[in-house]
Write a protein of this length. Sequence first.
Length: 371
Amino acid sequence: MIISRKYLPSAVGAIIAAGVLASTASADDALDRMKADIARSVGPQTTWDGPTTGPKAAKDKSVVYVSLTQNSSGNADSAKGAEEAAKVLGWKFTLFDGKGTATGGADALNQAIALKPDAIILGSVSIENNKALIKQANDAGIVVIGWHATDKPGPVADPKVFTNVGTDPAAIAYTAGEYAVVDSNGTAQAEVISDRQYPIVVTKSDGIEKAIKECSGCALLSEDNAPFGEVPQRTPGLINSLLQRFGDKLGYILTFNEVYFDFAVPTLKAAGIDPAAKPHLIAAGDGSESAYQRIRNGQYQVATVPEPAYMHGWQLIDELNRAFNGQPPSGFVTKVHLVTKANVDADGGDKNRFDPSNDYRGHYKTIWGVQ
C-alpha cells in the first residue's frame, strides 16, 4: 500500500504511515511464524519420546473398546492397536461399535458395563455426554480410559477417567488452519465443516478458525454444521451448497475428520472441478487410507494432520497397565504431524497411515517385560 502525505498534516501522515507499516509487519510475522510451524510439523518422527519406565504386565485382564464408529479410521486403527497390544499381554479384548451416533455410543457403553470387564476404553465416545454411565462403571470397579473422548489429553476428574489419550486436538486443528494460510501464501478463503455436539470437535473447529483469523489476508467464509452420524446423507448437498454460495471464492474446505471428504470428492468431480484446482481439502484428522491416496495422487485433498492411532492403541494398553498396578498415567502426549504430498510416503505412509518409525512396540514391550 502507498500512502500519500500530500493532503495530510505531517504528524497525522506519519502516524498513519507507521500504523500501516506495523500492520504489514504483523501480517508478515504471522505468515513467517506459520511457515516455521509447518516446516517443523512435516518432519519424520523416528525418535521415541514416550515413556521408558513403568510397571511389568498385569495378568489376566479383560478390556472392552467402545467405539463411536468403526467407519472412522482413527477409531478403527486405535482399536486395532489396542487389540494387538492386549494380545501381547494375554488380555481378553472385546469391541463394540456405536455406529456413529451419540445414542449408539451410549448403548454400546451400556453393553460394555454389563460384561463387567476390568477396563473400558471410550473411543470418541463423549465423556461429557455419558457421565452417569461412566460413574456406573466407576462404582463397579471398572477402569475407564478414553481415546478422543474429550477435548484434551490427560486425566478427567469428574466423572473419573484414568486418562484421555491423543494428540492435542487444538494443536492439530491449528496446524491444519496454518497449512491453508501457508499454502495460499496468506490469502486463504476458507470454509469449516463442524459438528458441535462433540467437545473435541468444538476444540478442533475453533483451532482451525483461530489460524485463519490470525491471517490478515485470509477470510473465514462460513462454518457449517454437518452431523457426524449423517455424513453420507448430508455431505453431497452441503458441498453443492458451498459451491453455489461462494463460487470461485471457495479456496479451502477444512474439517475435523476427513470422512466428510470421502463424500465431498464425488460431488466436486460431478461439478466438473479439476482435482488440482480449488477448493483444496484439508483435514484436522484422521489420516485415513483414502486421504493418503487423495493426497498422493493430487485428488482435491492437499493435507491431513493424522494421529498415530495404532501407537495410541498401544499407549491405551500401557496406561491401563499403569492403572491396574496403582500407578499414575504416563503423561505422554504425541506431537503434531502434518502430511502433504511431499512427505506422504514417510512414517508409515507407504501403508496409507501415520505409523511412526520409532519402534514404539519394542519400547512398550520392554517396559512390560515381554517380548
